[in-house]
Write a protein that binds this ligand. Sequence first.
Ligand code: NAD
Length: 272
Amino acid sequence: TIGSRIELADGNKMPIEGLGVYKMTKPDELIKSVKSAYEDGYRLFDTAQMYGNEAAVGEAIKDLNVDRESLFITTKIAEENQGYDQVMASFEESLKKLQMDYVDLLLVHWPIHTHFFETWRAFEDLKKQGLVKSIGTSNYGMLHLQYLATKANEMPVVNQLEAHPYLSQQAMVDFDRENHIVTQAWAPLGRGRIFDDPVIVKIAKAHDKSAAQVILRWHLQRGDAFIPKSVHPQRISQNADIYDFELSVDEMKLVDSINHNTRISQEPEMVY
Ligand code: NAD
């Protein structure tokens, strides 16, 4: 179900599916979306310093009035806040905005050249201090992770990547798995660009499901974690209603076949 968790390499358990809140700039809308998702069983909420809505997420979570331990909150350190002292100071701000004394997962939002290792050392220290339960990266490729491994004491347990049927990142997903890193797909729906794809439409019809549901089911069966975003209660519910059908091996292969390696985001910077 929507509440299912996957065990990370550090022993913590992360919900496989969560709600992304990028571009939810209106606090009221964000608060309603989080509430509606919570009622549907979502427990993971994915924000970032860069989204400018950590304070609204904090309000939304406070409004839920539930056990903090039942939730899984992710935030990300913005590029301009990388560096040891900058991570420490900006993370303290993030916690204040979130009205929390810890986050479940802290991610380096993008790999950048400056302060590459110092940033990670700050992450390791925040984890030691208990202010962050798990540490991870986002938009890191194989070479970034291999470079990080030359100095890291602990490796990321999650790598959040742009991944969807038009950018399947299969090699990266395999690499993460071999290194005990969970791949968490951002823009799992390809930001809506894949809904009209004939392959997706056909499979959706066959299962009496929506295109979005077929795409999320593909992620699930491939072993990804994923964080679709919507502000519409019906779509939020729909995106959680993917646990009662299964794509066949052939259908999985068909979805794999529409990959054409096109990114929404820019190519992550080479830092080594
Ligand atoms: P997404 O693939 O989740 O697509 C979201 C869009 O799809 C919505 O705006 C909506 O228009 C549409 N949609 C959602 N559900 C639908 C449904 N059931 N039916 C029809 N349309 C539907 O794209 P995203 O928001 O970019 O990514 C999800 C989350 O990933 C973000 O909110 C954010 O938390 C995270 N993210 C992370 C990074 C990163 O660099 N780490 C970058 C971008 C996004």
